[in-house]
Ligand binder design. Sequence first.
Ligand SMILES: C[S@@+](CC[C@H](N)C(=O)[O-])C[C@H]1O[C@@H](n2cnc3c(N)ncnc32)[C@H](O)[C@@H]1O
Length: 223
Amino acid sequence: MSTTNLETPLRQGIQALGLTLSDAQVQQLLDFMALLQKWNKVYNLTAVRNPAEMLTHHLLDSLAAVAPLQRHLATLAAAGNTAPRLLDVGSGGGLPGVVFAICCPALDVSCVDTVAKKAAFIQQAAVALKLPNLHGIHARVESLAGPFDVVSCRAFASLPDFTSWSRAALGSQSIWLAMKGKHPQDEIDALHAQVQVFHVEPLTVPGLDAERCIVWLRLAATA
Ligand SMILES: C[S@@+](CC[C@H](N)C(=O)[O-])C[C@H]1O[C@@H](n2cnc3c(N)ncnc32)[C@H](O)[C@@H]1O
């Protein structure tokens, strides 16, 4: 299957996830897949090379986190924050950061990666997909200061490492959104006492028979 034949299964997946996306956003998602496919050979962005697998393992997997993210953004908007900022840590080829930037145009998304060519790919995708709310940053996350309202990751590091390395990027009211496979109880048990899990949300990815969840975390209130 080539990326040109992904539209029907993509639209079915979007429907199964209960998302409302415009035709322009669906086209941006398809164009992003085509970019990933094209530049993967040069930049080595992901080990997944088959377009059908890219759709389920990358695109739909990332799209499964969009409705939960939009729910959180609605609570921020209700509290008066209408220009939220998200940092996607270890974004690689832009997962889930680019998908979030496409689906949430009011969200300013920065994708950070230690590998220069991956950050350059994000910058290139921002131009090609006409996404002024998307930025690629070449840095170690440990060197970044925030505040970002949401700090996300997917396939990045253990929860203790993710939260400690990205701590300076978090504001006092911000939250971490960690995309994980199975409920990571061992990682949760190993978290620093100042980091609190407030929700572990199961996700269902259309076409993928695998366990997925979002671990939502925040800083514990200090006395
Ligand atoms: C396994 S890849 C995951 C990529 C993407 N999130 C995904 O789900 O496909 C992890 C990425 O984290 C990046 N990385 C590792 N340590 C980092 C750090 N300290 N700061 C920023 N990026 C880092 C790596 O270069 C790599 O691109």
